[in-house]
Design a protein around this ligand. Structure first.
Ligand code: NIG
Ligand code: FE
Length: 398
């Protein structure tokens, strides 16, 4: 048993508020939080626990980055330059660049090469406090490379971060297919094979005019449902395709991006309890001007999550803390909404209810920060105040 005491806890307990506990303590046993509260009210069972003094440091739940494309070959800095000269993300994709250029580099990379590159990226996230990390496939677009990406993603757990893997084979049309419907047939045939290898926690797709139609996404989701796999969707990023409403009608865990989300989409997500994952890194990097409908999401009671969307094209960031700041400055979230978005609501977007708040019974995943108030995490940018990350009760992670 281990006891952390004398810290300022931002528990995020309940539906709103920071849940601040000044001079708070966390009692941990077996990787779980056994008790959380004021140091002065410690229960008798804390006697004999190994003690860590927090010295007034700030403690928050561990960060959950619920949307990343962390495993890939190559980089796309050339496209950054092209966009600066006026080409759009969609134009570059239509000209054979974009996702397809990363597909070529990923197919050419060995498993060891992919792992070495992904490890460095994952370490950057971990060093800013990430304790749960979602990683998508989607740069293979052929069975062997999709499987290789997902295997690499799973191996990132060696870094002491809990990894969730999502199959995003329906990300773009690979060059060897000319008809999107034929490719969707192939994706539906691969899913049971990838699941049988234990590589898939959820299924995602890209619903967009440069990717797949709602009808094609519906076929992928139908296969996922038959396999008992939860679904999520890249929806309404560049245009309103009605993807969010479709995903919500399938009980999706989350819809992600959502700049072009319609009122009908908001309503459908609220009805289904689907999480809105907002991705300020992609909004910023693509110089998007259309904002996600934050006020409508709030009013409808749709939970909002924030993630890095790390990928080599639309969001090459490795800073979850910067995303907290951007969620506030660009999208108008409050610092509390932003932190909830990268903790409890990020967990919810992955179907996980055992983390994201500092309350008894949850996983002992937390971050110790050099700071006095949790709003400082969102207010600063380009600065990492992390002192220590605790994953399942282990300092630095197991
Ligand atoms: O989340 N929108 C689609 N997928 C990724 C970008 C992929 C890429 O450009 O490589 C995203 O923005
Ligand atoms: Fe994405």
């Amino acid at each position: 048993m281990k006891l952390w005491r004398g810290g300022r806890l931002a528990t995020l307990a309940g539906e709103r508020g920071w849940g601040l506990v000044d001079d708070g303590a966390l009692l941990v046993d077996g990787g779980r939080l056994l008790w959380v509260g004021p140091s002065a009210e410690l229960p008798a069972q804390a006697a004999g626990a190994e003690v860590v003094e927090l010295g007034g440091a700030l403690v928050t739940p561990g960060l959950v980055d619920c949307h990343t494309h962390l495993v890939y070959g190559g980089n796309r800095a050339d496209e950054f330059e092209r966009r600066l000269h006026g080409e759009s993300y969609a134009d570059i994709a239509k000209a054979g660049g974009g996702i397809r250029s990363t597909v070529a580099a990923t197919r050419a990379a060995s498993e060891a090469e992919l792992l070495a590159a992904a490890r460095k990226r994952a370490l950057a996230l971990v060093h800013e406090g990430v304790t749960t990390l979602e990683v998508k496939s989607g740069y293979g677009l052929e069975l062997a490379t999709e499987a290789r990406m997902l295997r690499v993603a799973r191996r990132l757990a060696e870094l002491g971060v809990d990894v969730r893997t999502t199959c995003l084979a329906a990300h773009a049309l690979p060059p060897e297919f000319s008809a999107a419907d034929d490719y969707i047939d192939a994706v539906c045939a691969w899913l049971p094979q990838l699941q049988a290898e234990g590589l898939v926690d959820a299924v995602d797709a890209f619903c967009e005019h440069i990717a797949f139609s709602p009808a094609q996404v519906a076929r992928v989701f139908d296969t996922a449902r038959r396999l008992g796999l939860p679904v999520k969707l890249h929806a309404e990023q560049l245009s309103d395709q009605g993807g969010a409403a479709l995903a919500a009608s399938c009980g999706a865990l989350s819809c992600d991006h959502l700049e072009y989300l319609s009122p009908a989409g908001v309503h459908a997500m609220a009805q289904a309890g689907t999480v809105a994952v907002l991705l300020p890194g992609a909004f910023y990097a693509l110089k998007e001007t259309r904002l996600p409908p934050v006020a409508a999401l709030r009013e409808a009671g749709v939970p909002i999550a924030i993630a890095t969307d790390h990928n080599p094209g639309s969001s090459p960031t490795l800073s979850p803390l910067l995303m907290l700041n951007m969620a506030c400055v660009l999208f108008g979230l409050t610092p509390e909404e932003a932190l909830r978005g990268m903790t409890v609501n990020g967990a919810r977007a992955l179907g996980l209810s055992d983390r994201g708040q500092l309350v008894a019974g949850q996983r002992a995943d937390f971050c110790i920060w050099d700071g006095g108030h949790p709003r400082e995490l969102a207010a600063c940018f380009g600065h990492n105040p992390l002192i220590e990350r605790v994953s399942q009760g282990v300092q630095g992670g197991p």
